[in-house]
Design a binder for this molecule. Structure first.
Ligand SMILES: Nc1ncnc2c1ncn2[C@@H]1O[C@H](COP(=O)(O)OP(=O)(O)OP(=O)(O)O)[C@@H](O)[C@H]1O
Ligand SMILES: [Mg+2]
Length: 270
């Protein structure tokens, strides 16, 4: 299949980008696809804290090293398919969580940022053409960080994850106006952590929320995901897709995986 690059973005922190990106990557990898999951949140890296089994493997380079031109993308990837007993491939590109590395990302020049976006495009090419990766999933920082903008620019499908909270929605609206409209890029919205409040059925309530948000953000909604205590309470290292595959959160992500499989950016731009 043609490689799909999917970026998870948000206006505010904590909307669920990382949990959704990691479980979706695991679901696809377990179905036999070749998946690359990359942590572009250099200011608050999180994948290294989730995929602990990856850190037990021998590797010398972080994704930071690739973006800065210190290694090839192949050297910054760790395949954890065996460690997590996945049918396909799951290549992780981890952001360096050390304080020095995080500090080092704070004061980059504009020239560095331009070169970083070029590196991301060349990475996409290598993963697609040389390594035959089916899905490249980019987990980003919230807002207008350079690495998130780069991720959005280099993606086929940019997903804004928001809650139904008015402050999050206001932030998403500004993000769309300030970034996506400027880039002439159409995002798709994923509404996470909803909890139906009325006595009507969940389906009816979800439809109402989708209609409201599609009008408010003038963007298509990909899906809604309910707020689940089990997701909230799970340890950072828990991949629900593997540990509890029948959980409705995982089932919903499987439906989303199918929709994304059938979608290219043109469908969302129609
Ligand atoms: N559907 C859900 N139901 C309940 N809890 C959820 C759900 N989705 C995410 N969470 C929880 O919300 C918290 C934030 O999730 P996560 O770290 O994925 O957000 P994020 O958008 O990546 O945050 P950041 O912007 O800080 O990187 C986590 O505790 C996660 O378990
Ligand atoms: Mg995150």
């Amino acid at each position: 299949m043609t490689t799909k690059t999917i970026a998870f973005h948000s206006s505010r922190g904590g909307t669920g980008k990382t949990v959704i990106a990691s479980n979706l990557a695991t679901i696809w990898a377990n179905k036999g696809f070749k998946v690359a999951l990359l942590d572009l949140d250099f200011r608050a890296p999180s994948l290294a804290g989730i995929f602990l089994k990856a850190l037990k493997k021998q590797y010398n380079f972080w994704l930071n090293d690739f973006i800065s031109g210190r290694c090839k993308i192949e050297q910054a990837l760790i395949d954890v398919a065996n460690e997590y007993e996945l049918k396909g491939k799951l290549f992780l590109g981890l952001a360096n969580p050390s304080i020095e590395a995080i500090r080092g990302t704070m004061d980059k020049s504009q020239a560095w940022e331009v070169s970083a976006v070029k590196r991301l495009f060349s990475m996409r090419n290598t993963l697609s053409k040389k390594m035959g990766v089916d899905y490249i999933i980019l987990d980003t920082s919230p807002g207008l960080q350079y690495s998130s903008i780069n991720a959005v620019v280099s993606s086929d499908i940019a997903i804004i994850v928001t809650t139904n909270d008015e402050i999050d929605l206001g932030g998403a609206k500004s993000l769309i106006k300030d970034l996506y409209v400027e880039l002439d890029k159409k995002p798709v919205v994923l509404i996470n952590k909803i909890f139906p409040e009325t006595n009507s059925s969940i389906e009816a309530e979800e439809k109402k929320i989708i209609n409201k948000i599609e009008k408010q953000l003038k963007s298509p909604v990909l899906a809604t995901i309910l707020c689940y205590c089990e997701v909230l309470k799970a340890k950072r290292t828990t991949l629900l897709a593997l540990e509890n595959p029948d959980h409705p959160f995982v089932k919903k992500l499987e439906t989303i995986a199918k929709t994304l499989f059938l979608t290219n950016k043109l469908n969302f731009e129609a």
